[in-house]
Design a protein around this ligand. Structure first.
Ligand SMILES: C[S@@+](CC[C@H](N)C(=O)[O-])C[C@H]1O[C@@H](n2cnc3c(N)ncnc32)[C@H](O)[C@@H]1O
Length: 304
C-alpha cells in the first residue's frame, strides 16, 4: 500500500496504528470486565468508518499510443470507529462487557453521516449507544469531557488528526480525568514548520505556540556557532526529529502521569510521519501500572 505524505491516504503505518489502538481497546475492556464504571469510547476525529488507500496500477485499457495513464485501484480498511465497535461487540459475544457509550466527533457532516449509516448496517444493536457530534474537536471534546462524572465514568479516547488541527488547550481537557488517550502526534507536519537554519515565520511561531500550548519549543533552537556575514546572531536547530520528539514527550509528561511511547510511524520510504503516544490521565497507581503495561507492550510491537 502506498503512503502519500500529507495527503488523505494511509499506508502500512496507518494499519499498524489502527491495530494498536484496537488491541488496546480489547485489553482495556477485559481489564474493566468486573468494574462498576460506565465505559465510554470517544473518537475525537472519527472519520467515516473506513480508511481509504489508493495505489496506482498500470492499466492496459487506458494506454494510448503516446500516453500511459494510470488507473487507481481503491482499497480500504476499517477505521478506528468501526474497530472500537467491533472490539466491544467481540467482548460481549465472549460473555464480557463492551462500551456503554460511543461518542464520535467529526467536522465533516458527510463523513459523519456515512459513519452513522455503516454503524446502522453493521452494528444495529449498538446504534442506540452511539452519539454523533458534528463539529470541531477543539470545541466539542472539552465540552464532552467536562460533562463526564469521573466518580462513575471511565473512557478511552483516540485523537487521530490528519495534521496539526488539535490544539494543546484542547488536550488539556483530559487533565486529571480517568481517560486513557491514544494520541497521534503529527511529526512530519510539525517538523516542516521548524526550519533548521532559522526560526519559523511569525505565523508558524503563533501556530506552534497553539500546538504546544507554550513558547518553549523555541528551545529547540540554539545560537549558531558562527556569526552571519553581517555580524548578526542567528539560530539553528539540530537536523532530524529526535529532539522534537524528546520535547513532545517532556511536554506530554507535564500534563499526564502516564506517557508511553512514542512509536514513530514511517512511510515505506522510512520517512517519519507521525508519532503514536498512549497517555494515561488517571493518577491512580493501579491504573498507571495496568495501562502502562498494555500500552508499552503494544507500542513496542510497532517499534517504540
Ligand atoms: C485521519 S482522519 C481520522 C481517521 C479515523 N480515525 C479512522 O480511523 O477512520 C481525520 C478526520 O478528522 C476530520 N477532521 C479534521 N479536522 C477536524 C476537527 N477540527 N475536528 C473534528 N474532526 C476533524 C477529518 O474530516 C477526518 O475525517
Amino acid at each position: 500500500m502506498a503512503a502519500t505524505l500529507g495527503g488523505g491516504f494511509g499506508g502500512q503505518w496507518s494499519v499498524e496504528k489502527l491495530e494498536c489502538v484496537e488491541a488496546y481497546i480489547s485489553s482495556y475492556l477485559k481489564v474493566m470486565q468486573k468494574q462498576r464504571w460506565e465505559l465510554s469510547y470517544i473518537d475525537a476525529f472519527s472519520g467515516e468508518g473506513i480508511q481509504r488507500f489508493k495505489h496506482a496500477i498500470q492499466s492496459r485499457k487506458h494506454e494510448s499510443e503516446d500516453t500511459v495513464n494510470e488507473a487507481y485501484a481503491e482499497a480500504f480498511t476499517e477505521g478506528s470507529s468501526l474497530r472500537a465497535l467491533a472490539a466491544s461487540k467481540e467482548r460481549e459475544i465472549e460473555g464480557g462487557r463492551g462500551f456503554d457509550r460511543f461518542y464520535f466527533i467529526e467536522l465533516n457532516k458527510a463523513k459523519l453521516d456515512a459513519l452513522r449509516c455503516r454503524i446502522l448496517s453493521q452494528f444495529p444493536d449498538c446504534a442506540n449507544r452511539c452519539v454523533y457530534i458534528c463539529g470541531d474537536a477543539n470545541k466539542e471534546l472539552p465540552g464532552l469531557i467536562g460533562n463526564m462524572d469521573w466518580q462513575k465514568d471511565r473512557a478511552v479516547s483516540f485523537v487521530d488528526p490528519f495534521a496539526t488541527q488539535f490544539k494543546w488547550s484542547s488536550l488539556e481537557c483530559f487533565k486529571n480525568t480517568c481517560c486513557d488517550v491514544w494520541m497521534l502526534f503529527p511529526l512530519f507536519a510539525i517538523i516542516r514548520m521548524l526550519p533548521t537554519s532559522h526560526l519559523p515565520s511569525e505565523d508558524w511561531c503563533k501556530a506552534l505556540d497553539e500546538i504546544f500550548g507554550e513558547r518553549d519549543w523555541r528551545n529547540l533552537y540554539h545560537e549558531k556557532t558562527q556569526l552571519s556575514l553581517f555580524g548578526e546572531e542567528e539560530v539553528e536547530r539540530e537536523k532530524g526529529v529526535d529532539q522534537l520528539l524528546e520535547y513532545a514527550t517532556r511536554r506530554y509528561r507535564q500534563d499526564f502521569p502516564g506517557v508511553w511511547g512514542p512509536a514513530v510511524l514511517r512511510t515505506e520510504r522510512n520517512a517519519p510521519l507521525f508519532a503514536l503516544y498512549a497517555l494515561t490521565a488517571n493518577h491512580s497507581p493501579q491504573a498507571l501500572i495496568v495501562s502502562g503495561k498494555i500500552s508499552r507492550h503494544l507500542l513496542n510491537s510497532i517499534g517504540a
